[in-house]
Design a protein around this ligand. Structure first.
Ligand code: XBP
Ligand code: MG
Length: 236
């Protein structure tokens, strides 16, 4: 029987990338007096690199190599990224990013069936809270039995570390659970942790390779479809 569903956050629970994280990065660049601007296509390329600090680092190496000479580059990137998180918080507080279709209902349906809920994401832990509170209310974090996010593991997705961390906290086997992801990097991470994985695509990820997924859906708006997949693909 299915015991837990492990949700990715960005792109899965909400379309946070294009109109949430991307403008937050740009606002931080501006605050730091940088003329960098991550437009929608460029951001699509940068999304191959998971983790905001890692993404900034990759951008510098590829497009702004002269910045590599900066003193204390790692600390500077960390500082820039903290500023980005503050801008992301502001955007979430303005409540401009809704949950994707079906997400709220699915969360409540799963809880009604006593299936545990968890989060496994590369984003910063505060960002998970900002998103959940702005969309599901003040106590939304309590809907989830385990929240795994950000730098608590050494390697971000596509490495499976965050999924192993969450499974360990849940005290469950991968075969008793299912992961829901939106991206190839997320699928690779979940599959490397042996999790059956359901994909819900978005504009940034619909062309990616999802070989090995149990199903690829356009969204989570049809609960019957999802529950069929969830019950077919877990150990009975
Ligand atoms: C998405 C990510 C994150 C966000 C930005 O994570 O890769 O890096 O783009 O958030 P997931 P941070 O799909 O696993 O939820 O700047 O806080 O890293
Ligand atoms: Mg994602």
């Amino acid at each position: 029987q299915l015991k837990a569903v492990l949700f990715d956050v960005d792109g899965t629970l909400a379309d946070t990338e294009q109109d949430g994280h991307r403008p937050a990065f740009n606002a931080a660049f501006q605050e730091f007096g940088l003329s960098w601007e991550w437009d929608i296509p460029l951001y699509g390329e940068l999304l191959q690199v998971t983790g905001g600090k890692e993404r900034i680092r990759y951008y510098i190496e590829k497009y702004m190599p002269e910045e590599l000479a900066r003193n204390n580059l790692d600390e500077w990137v960390a500082c820039l990224h903290k500023t980005k998180t503050l801008h992301f918080k502001k955007l979430m507080e303005q409540g401009e990013i809704p949950l994707r279709p079906g997400v709220k209902r699915l969360i409540h349906d799963l809880r009604d069936q006593n299936i545990k809920l968890a989060i496994a994401t590369t984003t910063t832990p505060e960002n998970v809270t900002y998103l959940l509170q702005s969309t599901l209310g003040e106590n939304a974090n309590n809907l989830f039995d385990v929240i795994g996010a950000g730098d608590i593991v050494p390697q971000k997705k596509p490495a499976p570390d965050i999924y192993f961390w969450v499974l360990n906290k849940l005290n469950l086997e991968a075969s008793q659970c299912i992961a829901i992801e939106d991206s190839e990097n997320g699928l690779l991470a979940a599959r490397a942790a042996n999790l059956p994985t359901l994909i819900t695509v978005n504009n940034y990820t619909c062309q990616q390779n999802f070989a090995g997924a149990v199903a690829i859906l356009s969204d989570l708006g049809e609960p019957d479809k999802i529950f069929t997949q969830l019950s077919n693909n877990s150990v009975h």
